[in-house]
Write a protein that binds this ligand. Sequence first.
Ligand code: AN0
Ligand code: CP
Length: 318
Amino acid sequence: MKKFTDVHDIGDLRVAIAEAMAVKANRFAYDTLGRNKTLLMIFFNSSLRTRLSTQKAAMNLGMNVMVLDVNQGAWKLETERGVIMDGDKPEHLLEAIPVMGCYCDIIGVRSFAGLHDKAEDYGERVLQQFIRHSGKPVFSMEAATRHPLQSFADLITIEEYKKKKRPKVVLTWAPHPKALPQAVPNSFVEWMVAAGYDVVVTHPEGYELDPSFTKGAEIVYDRKKAFEGADFIYAKNWSAYADPNYGKVLNTDRAWTVDSEAMGWTDDAYFMHCLPVRRNMIVTDDVIESAQSLVIPEAANREISAQVVLKRFLEEGL
Ligand code: AN0
Ligand code: CP
């Protein structure tokens, strides 16, 4: 594996899940694999889970870890080529990336969508520049259009809790006051369809995702119908994808908050969310605190998904 940015990079999902379960059963079995190897994690955006779980996964493998918050203490980076750099950004990404590549063996990048320019976001400009110019294996810690470490952890969690071979997994839009990227829902659907589950996506009109991600999933606008018979409810907010509203919040309709009435329409479904979550916007206190809520086991599995990815890079030889 030379990069990890989408579901195709991990290969056969059954093999990946089996590897994840083995890592989880003994996470220190490979504690010398990463000896004298350095992971560099670059954050252009905030993080709690990704930062801690990925660092922990690297430590389980015996790696050294460096973390750079680009917006805290590093030089402000210009990302556009051809710009006359007479503004407030003293350094260009095109020098910064190969320099960072000199100091490490693997690079993780968090770089969210700007939500202003769809072509720029969906072209994954920042992530692609790291892949092209760092000279090192690169993995996404949530880029503009996908969050594969999250989706892999979600897959592991569903495999652990599912009661049927092919569960019904429902992704539901839920309200949020600020514009959020489509990366988590895009990626979630991509992985769930690849896993062969019965995947349903429900959202108000106007929140249609990029159809290349929802291919293989059923879109059901009637939320109650979508929830019926569900085994897993995965809530997430995202901003509009379709033009001319790309990146906009079209409404914050609290009728879409996941509450116990909506969970009552399901087949005693588990509740999932990647976190961070705004309570009583996305989900009510009672649902997130219920016995059916998997938000903590799901977050715990972030260590496992990250460890499988780092282990694969290390085994490939760096
Ligand atoms: C981010 C998002 O929606 O993509 C990160 C989620 C893991 N969420 C927020 O910015 C609140
Ligand atoms: N779920 C997730 O990626 O959380 P963080 O943004 O805190 O890393």
